[in-house]
Design a protein around this ligand. Structure first.
Ligand code: AQP
Length: 331
């Protein structure tokens, strides 16, 4: 059975982007794979987090994942900092990866913007830690949003260089698994920017804990253009906001964008937004309700994560012990 690894940063409440780009596929992959799901708090602190908020967000993320259908008994769910193998292997990978490779990473450029010099060294080497997350389990399938493809390619380059440098076939080749529809969900305020849980504007995103009235308001306020919806997908060209809303509807209703336009082409945004609000509420509301029920018992959530961390360590420690032996560390 193939082993899957995937992670999400506890930097805020998971958005619809996180859900459609990642979590929903994690739930599906649970059948037929051995899954390791991780709340990547080491990644989260590459940008400063308020310590109390980080703890709260970690519990909140765990609750959203469980409410979405992650099964912590058949699979493994934990927070990254509780398993030291991630940091140990990341250091080795910091020494394997080349600066030129990291310089090409577009996510660092996007996150750091023009103020590059003032960002943490951790943000720069983030892809090395991500490679370590995956390789510490020798996972071979990694479900991610489209924005993470470049990091998966880098993880393969690091693994190949490690294998070459130490003359062994130790780390396997990994495969990014990107869902075909809604692989990239865009901001509701700007169709050219991805929807993000840490975007300063709450109106830019649907959070997986939003209540029905908040969803309706955000969709009503979502940016659009003055034209009605086209009847063919080609007509979405150059209309990023319209494309995003059609893509969202398609992903939620399990239709292709063309099938959405077959139903709604020629409509103005008023009626289409109403239809989109209905499918959104149908999907988000049950998850939001279950999340709030789970959050009422933080002790239970922490136990789930602790148990997951123990089981994760059992898989990762022997792999990272062996990587350290190959490197030449004395034990
Ligand atoms: N807008 C998106 N569309 C599709 N997939 C997305 N993902 C994130 N945003 C979108 C996918 O969600 C998984 C977890 O993401 P993450 O939390 O590890 O980091 P991120 O990509 O940086 O997500 P955010 O929401 O934008 O977080 P912040 O605001 O903290 O930077 C990943 O598989 C990602 O592809």
């Amino acid at each position: 059975m193939q082993r899957v690894f995937s992670g999400i940063q506890p930097t805020g409440i998971p958005t619809l982007g996180n859900y459609l780009g990642a979590i929903r596929n994690w739930v599906t992959l649970q059948d037929g794979h051995e899954c390791v799901f991780c709340l990547v708090d080491l990644h989260a602190i590459t940008i400063w987090q308020d310590p109390e908020a980080l703890r709260a967000q970690t519990r909140q993320q765990a609750a959203v994942l469980l409410a979405s259908g992650i099964d912590p008994v058949r699979h493994v769910l934990f927070n990254q900092s509780a398993v030291s193998a991630h940091a140990r292997l990341a250091w080795i990978f910091n020494c394997v990866a080349r600066l030129g490779w990291l310089n090409r990473m577009t996510q660092f450029k996007d996150k750091a913007g023009k103020d590059r010099e003032n960002h943490s060294a951790g943000l720069y080497v983030y892809p090395n830690l991500m490679a370590a997350d995956i390789m510490a389990y020798k996972a071979t399938r990694v479900p991610v949003g489209d924005d993470q493809r470049q990091h998966i390619e880098l993880a393969n380059d690091i693994a190949k260089k490690f294998n070459h440098d130490y003359g062994v076939e130790f780390f396997p080749e990994i495969e990014a698994f990107v869902p075909p529809e809604a692989a990239r969900v865009m901001s509701l305020r700007d169709g050219t920017k991805k929807m993000s849980k840490s975007d300063p504007s709450e109106q830019s995103r649907i959070e997986m804990t939003d209540k029905a009235d908040a969803i309706a308001l955000k969709i009503r306020r979502a940016k659009t253009d003055p034209e009605p919806l086209p009847s063919e997908v080609d007509g979405l060209e150059g209309r990023p906001e319209a494309r995003n809303l059609v893509g969202l509807y398609a992903a939620l209703a399990e239709l292709t964008p063309q099938q959405v336009l077959d139903r709604h082409g020629g409509e103005g945004f008023g009626p289409f937004k109403q239809a989109l609000t209905d499918v959104l509420i149908g999907r988000v509301e049950p998850i939001a309700k279950e999340t709030s029920r789970l959050l009422a018992d933080p002790g239970h959530l922490e136990n789930v994560l602790r148990d997951g961390a123990q089981r994760a360590s059992t898989i990762a420690n022997p792999i990272v012990d062996e990587a350290e032996r190959l490197v030449g560390f004395l034990r």
